[in-house]
Design a protein around this ligand. Structure first.
Ligand code: FAD
Length: 317
């Protein structure tokens, strides 16, 4: 079932989780264990992130430097199909501009379509390691909106081959990302919201936000989006803090503010167990407030926070 239909048919706030594929060399069991922790609380859908290949440079004994391209977290497509089969739950693989030429993106879409996957989160993708800004693949898309257009074209049976007049139409429901505290590369929140609107006008069905720790950012963002005529559901993204050092790391990586009250509490913790406890309580308060104010779905980023997600959903769902 499409995420947008799940949202429209909901009787109450739903929840979803986001899972990162295992590092190369690990098995799938760790992912199943994480899902087992929450499956009894009925997640509406499960997102699987995508990680493009990374270039690594190794110096040989003779001093020569060799470049090797390696995919550290392969398996997004297979993981999606395995989780759908095992748990009969909707899975939303992420598809990024990064790592794909337009033709490769079309091939990935064909794979998803043949596997019966109806949902995608369409993104630009993270900048490559050591790069300050995102650099597209040669003949790849630069912005998520272009990839949304490609998916929407395929939904109409329009493939890249212009000689193919009417191909098999896919039926993807498309989510896109939004940033309550502004995307790091955007000149202003206003321009970022205009580009977000372009993704919706191109056919995105809903928005999932970057993590935030102060609900005020989400409420203000939703109000600004609505004022600009963006009327699709906006799903808040939540991440329970699980480690003391995350109060320093998360703002750097995700460009999000952490409120003084939370930072102070976490810094007082003697160990990560205490930090996880505080982080969990904070997310529960955020989640309760968002539910009270009608959030359609609560989307939980699980990286490093598997046990707290169980506690949170057990307490509130
Ligand atoms: P875009 O919508 O393309 O926007 C990128 C920037 O360009 C913004 O600053 C925007 O304002 C600007 N912009 C947009 N369109 C235009 C235009 N036409 N002209 C000029 N400027 C423009 N990354 C991964 O690599 N893998 C993942 O699985 C993944 N999952 C994510 C899930 C969520 C919920 C979120 C919020 C992010 C995720 N990311 C992931 C990170 C994401 O790829 C980065 O934040 C990326 O830098 C931006 O992606 P986007 O789709 O929002 O980009």
């Amino acid at each position: 079932m499409k995420v947008i239909d799940l949202i429209n048919d909901r009787k109450k706030t739903l929840f979803s989780i986001e899972i990162v594929p295992p590092l190369r060399g690990n098995n799938i069991e760790g992912i199943y264990q994480r899902i087992d922790q929450v499956i009894e609380f009925d997640p509406a859908f499960i997102n699987i992130t995508y990680h493009k290949d990374e270039a690594t440079y190794t110096q040989l004994k003779n001093g020569k430097i060799v470049k090797r391209t390696i995919s550290k977290r392969p398996g997004t497509v297979a993981l999606t199909a395995s989780i759908m089969n095992k748990y009969k739950v909707e899975v939303v693989p992420h598809l990024t501009c990064g790592g794909f030429t337009r033709d490769q993106a079309e091939n990935a879409l064909i794979d998803f379509n043949f596997l019966g996957i109806e949902n995608l989160l369409v993104l630009q993708g993270d900048a490559g390691r050591g790069q300050d800004v995102f650099i597209p693949e040669p003949d790849g898309h630069r912005y998520a909106v272009q990839l949304v257009e490609q998916v929407v074209n395929m939904n109409k049976g329009k493939y890249l081959d212009e000689n193919l007049e009417q191909g098999n139409p896919s039926n993807f429901c498309v989510g896109v990302a939004g940033y309550p505290e502004k995307h790091y590369a955007a000149a202003s929140l206003d321009s970022d919201i205009q580009y977000l609107k372009a993704k919706v006008l191109a056919g995105a069905d809903y928005i999932v936000t970057q993590m935030f720790f102060d609900n005020k950012y989400y409420y203000d963002f939703v109000a600004r989006c609505r004022a600009e005529g963006i009327d699709v559901p906006i799903i808040p993204g939540l991440k329970p803090i699980a480690l003391i050092n995350q109060v320093d790391v998360l703002p750097k990586i995700f460009h999000t503010d952490i409120p003084e009250a939370l930072t102070n509490e976490i810094r007082k913790c003697r160990d990560n167990k205490e930090a996880l406890e505080i982080g969990t309580r904070w997310t529960i308060e955020q989640a309760r407030d968002l539910m009270k104010n009608g959030a359609p779905v609560l989307h939980f980023y699980t990286l490093g926070a598997g046990s707290s997600i169980r506690k949170i959903v057990k307490e509130i769902f």
